[in-house]
Design a protein around this ligand. Structure first.
Ligand code: PRX
Length: 644
């Protein structure tokens, strides 16, 4: 964060990018921006023409109400138009744009040397096959499918197959606990769960199916019986052979062997076999083996639901953010194109997990809509060593790289040597997301990783916004370390004081947005009133981000952090209420209060104060138990910097 009164450094765009850049100057950006906010229907209407629509809107291009005093909040972009996002990101690229043989994803496994690639045509075929599988299981438009998978190609296949048949995917990050998965399954009462046997993250084995089974049992205890569960055989996939997405490789075989060996040890956690419930479980590869590679897409209304993604809520319960089809598609695609200045020869790598919005918009939908080649990374930045990121960059000649400030801060700790051991000369643009980046980390990223030739795009946005809100554009925006700079196309930010007045010029206050952009969430799934209360009640007429923000004398925006009961630990939003309610579930705890505290690596951390019940004494064991209890609602463990 920049400090008031501090003389901020300004980094002009580098000349190398200019000749091919989509937006080669600040004035070019300003002209386009003006049009995007003054005539959004024209601006986005022109962009929409680049996509395939089965039919055109039946009413206005944009219709909305942002003002709770005037009635129900709603946002509709292109209502009545019909399309299919899967068709747009796959069929159109293969058939119209002749990109069938282009690599859609390089898959880089946790273990170096365990890798695979998949072309657009192959991806389309797999998605069609799995869409047929879903249909054969009785899934149809509007049904919800929970997906609990590691970072493997099947995750992208599963989400796109849902989109193809108009089912809503609800992806649950594979680092979440059984409690979190159960809560999310229940909230959207999904018809089917897709998971995997197990996977390694770094040197840690995650027995995913076992956790999924615990979640399913917890759902049963709460009166909800999941009907079907499809299981990808990932870790021990050599048995699957060609039907699996990734062929066997020596390192992966070695892992399997290790698991087998560990299984024979006494450890209870490593069961000898993937736990199996024949009443609901089905192997992915068995279902896929007979499925056709052709599948007619479901033509969906632009305003039909595309996915639900849960994000922490200050009430203590995660909120099911609902995104719809048409607006999200054009917003994810357009922001990807301009913010990373996408060029056809790019190899793009976003280190996020698809289980977060960053992965939805900027691993799957945005890049694929542009016909981009992406890297899908299963591992962590520190395994087998802290140079992994840069070795992957060199392996695939990555040109555009997108990660989280926490990851940068963590790697900074190990100094420059592990970075400099690798060439990184392919890199052209570096991005960050998820939390404020401190100028020190920004400067290290710029100087050491990018060798001062790569612009940094510090992108501010939220699960709710679907795509970038405040961001530099690589060849247009002079950057200041720690500032997310200016609004993206279609985004009208304002800074309000406590009484809801808009502040002009240099100012600090609540960051809000004044009009809808196509990617804005449409509701909290099944809880529209909550949507209105959280985002629109406090300042009628504005979308409230929940973040504090400062605008400097040059009009640059600086996010100052959350101003509600949320906190950001390693780029993960948590609510203090969520952790408090988990703590009081422990028999030893009478009361709990949780507050945020600055942390040099993680941005923020939690301080938890508890009052113990009669008969309990504070001890190291109890402290450890409470720590576990507090994190149980969320993650399986701390995995800082890996996700975004
Ligand atoms: O507080 C802001 C912070 O992350 C929040 C959104 O978190 P989530 O919905 O999980 O989505 C994260 C990935 C888009 C915001 O309200 N945040 C996100 N990006 C930035 C940021 N804070 C400062 N600078 C950013 N670039």
């Amino acid at each position: 964060m920049g400090l008031p009164g501090e003389k901020a450094l300004v980094y002009p765009p580098r000349p190398e990018l200019l000749p091919a850049a989509h937006i080669p100057s600040l004035s070019h950006y300003q002209r386009m921006y003006q049009r995007s906010v003054e005539a959004p229907h024209e601006f986005w209407g022109d962009i929409a023409k680049e996509f395939y629509w089965k039919s055109q809107p039946t009413g206005p291009f944009l219709n909305y109400n942002f003002d709770v005093t005037k009635g129900k909040i709603f946002i509709e972009w292109m209502k009545g138009a019909t399309t299919n996002i899967c068709y747009n990101v796959l069929d159109r690229n293969v058939n119209e744009k002749k990109l069938g043989d282009k690599i859609a994803f390089y898959w880089e496994g946790n273990e170096p040397g365990d890798s695979a690639k998949i072309t657009y045509r192959e991806l389309l075929h797999k998605v069609c096959q799995f869409a047929n599988v879903l249909r054969s299981q009785g899934l149809k438009k509007g049904d919800r499918v929970s997906i609990y998978l590691p970072m493997i190609v099947e995750l992208a296949v599963a989400m796109l197959a849902c989109a193809r048949i108009g089912a809503l995917h609800s992806i649950v990050f594979a680092g979440f606990s059984a409690d979190s998965l159960c809560e999310r399954i229940l909230d959207c009462s999904c018809s089917l769960l897709i998971t995997a046997d197990a996977f390694y993250r770094g040197d840690k084995l995650v027995n995913l199916k076992q956790i999924a089974d615990e979640a399913i049992q917890k759902c049963v205890d709460k009166g909800f019986s999941l009907k079907k569960c499809i299981v990808v055989k990932h870790l021990c996939r050599e048995e699957v052979g060609a039907a699996g997405t990734c062929s066997k490789s020596p390192p992966q075989k070695k892992l399997c062997q290790e698991v087998q060996e560990k299984k024979t040890e006494s450890s209870k956690r490593l069961r000898p076999k993937t736990p199996w419930n024949p009443a609901i479980d089905m192997w992915w590869h068995e279902l896929m083996s007979g499925a056709s590679t052709e599948c007619e897409p479901e033509w969906c209304d632009a305003e039909d639901g595309l996915f639900i993604l849960y994000t922490s809520g200050s009430t203590g319960k995660p909120k099911g953010v609902l995104h719809t089809t048409g607006g999200y598609m054009i917003f994810a695609a357009t922001s990807f194109k301009y913010v990373f200045d996408y060029q056809p020869e790019d190899v793009y790598w976003c280190t996020a997990d698809i289980g977060w919005i960053t992965g939805h918009s900027y691993i799957t939908y945005g890049p694929l809509a542009n016909g981009a080649t992406g890297v899908l990374f299963e591992g962590v930045p520190t395994y087998p060593d802290v140079g992994r990121m840069w070795s992957v960059v060199d392996k695939y000649k990555v040109t555009k790289f997108y990660t989280a400030p926490t990851a940068i801060r963590m790697l900074m700790k190990y100094g420059e040597e592990p970075v400099k051991k690798h060439s990184r000369k392919s890199l052209k643009v570096l991005g960050t997301v998820g939390e404020p980046i401190n100028p020190e980390a920004w400067l290290w990223y710029h100087r050491v990783v990018g060798e001062e030739r790569c612009p940094i795009v510090d992108t501010f946005w939220q699960t709710e916004t679907g795509g970038h809100m405040l961001t530099p554009l690589p060849a247009a925006t002079p950057t200041k370390p720690g500032s997310a700079t200016f609004p993206f196309f279609g985004v009208v930010p304002a800074i309000l004081n406590d009484s809801g007045q808009e502040l002009e010029g240099e100012a600090e206050g609540f960051l809000v947005f004044k009009q809808p952009w196509p990617g804005i969430m449409r509701t909290v799934y099944g809880k529209h009133q909550q949507f209105e209360t959280i985002y629109f009640q406090k300042f009628p007429g504005y979308y409230l981000t929940g973040d504090g923000c400062r605008r400097d004398k040059d009009g640059y925006y600086w996010i100052t952090g959350r101003i509600d009961d949320m906190l950001n630990v390693s780029g993960h939003l948590l609510s203090t209420a969520e952790v408090e309610s988990a703590l009081v579930e422990h028999p030893a705890v009478a009361e709990a209060a949780v507050v945020s505290h600055p942390h040099p690596l993680k941005g923020e951390c939690l301080y938890c104060f508890v009052t113990l019940r009669e008969g309990y004494e504070l001890s190291q064991d109890l402290t450890d138990e409470l720590k576990k209890q507090g994190s149980n609602r969320q993650m399986l463990g701390s995995r800082q910097g890996e996700h975004r």
